[in-house]
Design a protein around this ligand. Structure first.
Ligand SMILES: [Zn+2]
Ligand SMILES: [Zn+2]
Length: 169
């Protein structure tokens, strides 16, 4: 699969919308999450172990296991997630150039429920920074080799009908 990871057909296996064993399917104030924003589709909460001064997670309420499962029809949802991320950072006076958002790519994701990392740079230390490596694309690729897909890269890849993987895509 290797370099074809980005162009291969996505298996239509992710039909489950709720996973009882998934902690992110149970995000709520009652369950001890620091929810900062929510609507019918999405929830935003503070990362329990922030990598930088401000670090949020934005997730869809429906269980989508990861960025790999996303397709072109999900672009609008991703754009909405990014907009919410900008609003959260805007309220905290974080300059645009210091905002970073993106998704971990399995197997480098900690929770198997799609979550957009919304961060205000800089990172606390180098080890933290290395968990969120953004690699620029080259030639027709929007993204280089990396286990973290920047939100902008993710949208460009999906808009072309391709899927996001670790290898350049
Ligand atoms: Zn879930
Ligand atoms: Zn993650």
């Amino acid at each position: 699969m290797k370099s074809k990871a980005c162009s291969q057909q996505i298996p239509v296996a992710e039909t489950s919308r709720y996973d009882p064993d998934c902690s992110f399917c149970h995000v709520s104030v009652e369950n001890d999450f620091q929810v900062v924003w929510e609507d019918d589709e999405l929830i935003a909460f503070k990362d329990r172990d922030p990598a930088c001064g401000h670090h949020f997670q934005i997730i869809p309420r429906l269980h989508i296991s990861s960025v790999r499962q996303l397709r072109k029809s999900d672009v609008d949802m991703i754009k909405t997630m990014v907009n919410v991320g900008h609003q959260l950072l805007e309220q905290l006076d974080v300059e645009t150039s210091m905002r970073k958002m993106g998704f971990h790519i399995p197997p480098f994701n900690s929770v198997g429920h799609l979550h957009l990392h919304v961060q205000a740079l800089p990172y606390k230390n180098l080890a933290r920074r290395l968990k969120y490596p953004t690699a620029p694309g080259f030639r027709s690729f929007h993204k280089g080799f990396s286990w973290f897909s920047d939100a902008r890269q993710t949208i460009l890849i999906l808009q072309e009908g391709r899927s996001v993987g670790i290898f350049p895509c």
